[in-house]
Design a protein around this ligand. Structure first.
Ligand code: GRF
Length: 224
């Protein structure tokens, strides 16, 4: 694809994944244009990062809407007005209603800090440690109406070590999450990954397991 993929990012907090996308675009590794960063938190650091990068921002306060459906409808109308090719949920801490997601099927992804289908929802690092898992990781998946449950595109897997605390594990994972998101968006931008019939298609064939991020930062099918 010669044109750049237009991306809208929704973020509620720190925005380090957004920053990874911005940095990768800037240094020529990602053919994207971030056309909007939207948040449900006016003080989100993600919005400041976007402003610093000269990206349009939008902050909407859920409390000023009658209900969840009204907030979601306004947010997605404004996002749609920017005509993104892809919406990226990067630390967006709200559940979205099925009505607004349906038109974006196959064009909205989320990054989640666990090896899905394990540990949907919150406190994933603590839960992985508590279960005694040997590894932990993060997933990039297409978003569906069910929380953290859409078809998974790609994962990064890291070992859990004896000294790990939830915070230590989270911070060790975060840098790899950034690589995972950038590599996943690169595959979507190049047209090598798409969603068809509720399955992730990679190089023309439906995936039977998520792609895995290698040490070299590239995504490839898992080897048995
Ligand atoms: C990341 O851990 C992401 O996987 C999760 O929320 C966190 C967002 O971090 N969905 P940041 O705001 O991108 O720094």
């Amino acid at each position: 694809m010669s044109t750049r993929l237009r991306i809208a990012v929704l973020a509620s907090g720190r925005g380090s994944n957004l920053q990874a996308l911005i940095d990768a675009q800037r240094n020529g590794r990602l053919p994207i244009e971030v056309v909007l960063v939207a948040s449900d938190k006016a003080h989100a650091a993600a919005l400041r990062r976007a402003e610093d990068a000269g990206i349009a921002t939008l902050a909407l306060d859920p409390k000023s809407y009658a209900d969840r459906a009204a907030f979601d409808a306004d947010l997605f109308a404004r996002v749609a007005a920017c005509e993104p090719d892809l919406i990226v949920l990067a630390g967006f801490m709200r559940i979205l209603s099925p009505d607004v997601l349906a038109p974006w099927a196959g064009h909205i992804i989320n990054i989640h800090p666990s090896l899905l289908p394990k540990y949907r929802g919150l406190h994933t690092h603590r839960r992985a440690l508590g279960a005694g898992d040997p590894t932990h990781g993060a997933s990039v998946h297409y978003v569906t109406a069910e929380l953290d449950s859409g078809p998974t595109i790609a994962q990064i897997e890291i070992p859990i070590v004896a000294s790990d605390t939830p915070d230590a594990l989270a911070s060790r994972l975060l840098g790899r999450e950034h690589e995972l998101l950038v590599a996943s968006v690169a595959l979507i931008a190049s047209g090598r990954v798409a969603l068809a019939d509720s399955r992730v298609v990679y190089d023309g064939a439906a995936l039977t397991a998520p792609l895995l991020l290698g040490e070299d930062g590239t995504l490839a099918p898992r080897t048995a």
